[in-house]
Design a protein around this ligand. Structure first.
Ligand code: 5GP
Ligand code: ZN
Length: 116
């Protein structure tokens, strides 16, 4: 389940390089190319779902897998205890620019609220 011209499908396929930090049978996590915090990792399902709504509707535990992988990344990065933010920008007005669902794992500094 991949989509032509999808950047993150190409990263999953190994066609575009990325700094991979965590992998399971159904998820992949890699460093954001433009990090906004000392830890900034993107966690994706390997299968193509455009956004969080589509992932939630997948109905076979895939959303659970993505969130569990995000927490595993936070632990691995040493930010799970201090705190981290897990963000799914969903839709253009929320700032989603890549339409292959991804959770941003952000941590390693104090994060302000509300976000911009
Ligand atoms: P969005 O704005 O859709 O929530 O997040 C997309 C994220 O993907 C951005 O934080 C952006 O920096 C990141 N990104 C865009 N292109 C690439 C790329 O080629 N490689 C990696 N590792 N991250 C990317
Ligand atoms: Zn994709």
């Amino acid at each position: 389940m991949s989509e032509a011209d999808c950047l993150f499908c190409k990263i999953v396929a190994g066609e575009i390089p990325a700094k991979i930090v965590h992998e399971t049978d159904r998820t992949l996590a890699f460093r954001d190319v433009n990090p906004q915090a000392p830890t900034h990792v993107l966690v994706v399902p390997k299968a193509h779902y455009p956004d969080a709504a589509a992932l939630a509707a997948a109905d076979h535990g895939l959303a659970d897998d993505v969130i569990k992988a995000a927490h595993a990344v936070a632990e691995q990065e040493g930010v799970a205890a201090s705190g981290y933010r897990l963000v799914f920008n969903t839709g253009a007005e929320a700032g989603q620019t890549v339409f292959h669902v991804h959770g941003h794992v952000l941590g390693g500094r104090g994060l302000t609220w509300p976000p911009g």
